[in-house]
Design a protein around this ligand. Structure first.
Ligand code: ADP
Ligand code: MG
Length: 622
């Protein structure tokens, strides 16, 4: 029979230390957090050999009274909370009272501290958890903690430490996370006698970010903010041209504490959907501030993960805040920026920072595959919803202004005549200048506006226009539907049919009426008029697919919005569809009707701008 024994405090502390202190970076994190909690405005971190030899942190915070020194290193001793109630109202970074005890247990530690207003400081030496008596010492107000030979008495842990450089990488990351969110504090990091970061206190957050990641990135940051029921989201997201192959530059701070949250990370990815190539991830610095009782921070030993009371609401707040911001921001890829950036990308270091996916190389695969689907109504290229040609497609004549604009024989023989020929000048004057366009490769429309020449993706623009129309109508409950003369039966798998019936009301909102029809068949009896080009069976299947995929995700996107995106994508002209000049005109006209037509609903840009300056420069006119 094995005997059950009580573990000694030293073993208990070692076990606890194992949870909190995983590697040198954990020491840096815990000690820096203590300094910030102590109200320090200056924190110096000095590391030798990746922290395996020594870590020293000096701050000018409130300090520790001599009579409290022993208490500070006792386990479960803290000044930050008092009772269980406080656990749900934590306003400091620390609260468990375990860090100093844990570190002291697995290292040789010296604490020197002078409390604010005290005449004398105190010093405490602890070796593997065994403390010497507290001695008086002279030192400035604040606290200095030195940790040597980490894990010297836990050989297994010691062996698990990686190369100094790797450990230093983790330390830098821990330093960065804290320094990023407290711009008012002057932080300094030194490794093996060399200063690697020196961050004087900054007035604003952007300056601090610029200090870490450079001015280029800081200039490309877009401010986002929103407040919903006491939950404030604020911070910066980077222009999609700045992106990474990893998610490490997605910083999320909850009430001043760096956290990781997979669900919110997913929401961020969703907000950038279509703006980044696969395998590339957005950069973000976001703060969430909420009353402490709306979140439980006591679920993870190093408090890296937290539990929100309403994770779903947060998800949609983050997603919609960023999406809405993008919709009102002109992210139209500017071609001159592209060339400048390419020119500048000379060094490998620079090219790693360079945007990987400028407008010119956005993924096109989805467009071409959509282009392959059949057109249901068979009404030909002359008709698509929302873009109605004035003249039947097969016997149209170019409007006169168009003919004049395109007819090369009308062009003045020399440039001097351009200025004096009013006929040439009044062509664009009759219409808003950018509604005349030329289709190239049955895919793109070339037009102009005051700023320069625009190349527009016809599918992306039409999709955007339709999406806006659809959304307006759906929200107002005014979507025109068309009763099918003969309801169309659609056979599907059992689960699909169940989803269809279950989401009957959702489908009705977007103008589709479905009824069960025995077995796994459903009947589609009415259909949105704008979708007449798309086969009901095909659309229904895809919509159901979308719902089913969404349900498997831990946090569902807004399903209605998703379905509207899909419908507009299906109903829009495809890349490869020839357009008549009237259709081109009509499409370009509608570009101005919506406040944001710079992006298709998936977020890809709908237009590239070649600015006049850029054209002049390229043709060496300047
Ligand atoms: P916690 O931070 O969870 O309270 P710690 O073990 O990290 O637990 O610290 C124990 C206590 O020691 C803190 O509550 C605080 O009162 C005191 N303390 C630790 N570091 C400092 C510091 N740098 N300046 C002032 N007080 C400190
Ligand atoms: Mg602490």
């Amino acid at each position: 029979m094995p005997e059950i024994r009580q573990l000694s405090p030293s073993v208990i502390n070692k076990i606890a230390a194992g949870e909190v202190i995983e590697r040198p970076a954990s020491v840096v994190k815990e000690l820096m957090e203590n300094s910030v909690d102590a109200g320090a405005l200056r924190v110096d971190v000095t590391v030798a050999q990746g922290g395996t030899e020594s870590i020293r942190i000096v701050d000018n915070g409130c300090g520790i009274r001599p009579d409290q020194m022993m208490m500070a290193i006792a386990s479960h001793a803290t000044s930050k909370i008092e009772d269980a109630e406080d656990l749900f109202n934590v306003e400091t970074l620390g609260f468990r009272g375990e860090a100093l005890a844990s570190i002291a247990e697995v290292s040789q530690m010296t604490v020197r501290s002078c409390a604010d207003g005290a005449t004398e400081g105190a010093e405490l030496e602890i070796n593997g958890g065994k403390a010497e008596p507290v001695k008086p010492c002279g030192c400035p107000v604040g606290t200095s903690i030195e940790v040597r030979n980490l894990f010297f008495n836990t050989p297994v842990r010691r062996r698990f430490m990686k190369a100094n450089q790797t450990e230093m990488g983790h330390i830098t990351e821990a330093f960065t996370r804290l320094a990023l969110v407290h711009p008012n504090v002057h932080f300094k990091l030194q490794h093996n006698g060399r200063v690697t970061q020196d961050l004087p206190s900054a007035d604003n957050w952007k300056d601090r970010i610029a200090h870490f990641y450079g001015k280029d990135l800081a200039d490309a940051l877009i401010w986002v903010e929103s407040e919903e029921e006491g939950i404030r989201l604020s911070g910066f997201v980077a222009d999609p041209v700045f992106n990474r192959s990893h998610t490490r530059m997605q910083y999320l701070f909850l009430n001043g504490r760096h956290i990781r949250d997979r669900s919110l990370q997913h929401a961020l990815g969703e907000a950038y959907r279509g703006l980044l190539l696969t395998g590339r991830y957005p950069i973000a610095f976001l703060k969430l501030d909420m009353p402490a009782h709306l979140v439980d921070v006591n679920v993870h030993p190093t408090k890296l993960e937290v539990r929100f009371q309403d994770a779903r609401k947060l998800y949609s707040q983050l997603l919609s805040t960023i999406r809405n911001k993008f919709l009102s921001t002109d992210l139209t890829a500017r071609v001159h920026e592209h060339s400048e950036r390419t020119d500048a990308a000379g060094t490998p270091a620079a090219s790693a920072e360079r945007p990987q996916n400028l407008g010119l190389s956005y993924p096109r695969s989805d467009v071409s595959s959509i282009g392959a689907t059949n057109q249901y109504s068979g009404s030909g290229a002359g008709q698509f919803p929302g873009v109605t040609p004035a003249i039947p497609a097969d016997n149209y004549r170019l409007p006169e202004s168009f003919q004049r604009a395109l007819d090369t024989s009308n062009l003045p023989a020399n440039t001097e005549r351009l200025d004096v020929n009013p006929a040439a000048a009044d062509v664009p004057a009759q219409l808003p200048i950018s509604t005349l366009g030329l289709q190239v490769h049955n895919r793109y429309l070339v037009t102009q506006d005051e700023s320069g020449m625009l190349v527009i993706d016809q599918h992306a623009l039409h999709e955007r226009v339709l999406y806006e129309q659809l959304r307006e109508k759906v929200l107002a409950g005014e979507l025109e539907t068309q009763r099918l003369l003969v309801p169309e039966p659609v056979s599907m798998s059992g689960p699909e049919a169940a989803v269809a019936v279950e989401h009957k009301e959702l489908f009705e909102q977007i103008g589709i009426e479905v009824e069960p029809f025995g077995g796994d068949t459903i009947l589609v009896s009415s259909y949105p008029a704008m979708l007449r080009r798309v086969r009901p069976a095909e659309l229904i299947r895809q919509l159901i697919d979308e719902i089913m995929v969404g349900e498997k995700q831990p946090d569902r996107r807004d399903v209605l919005d998703e379905l509207m995106h899909m419908m507009s994508c299906k109903a829009a002209v495809k890349a490869g569809d020839p357009l008549t000049p009237e259709e081109i005109h009509s499409l370009l006209m509608q570009r101005h009707l919506f406040h944001d037509t710079h992006h298709c609903p998936h977020g890809r840009p709908t237009a590239l701008v070649f600015t006049r300056d850029e054209l002049d420069r390229r043709f060496e006119r300047t």
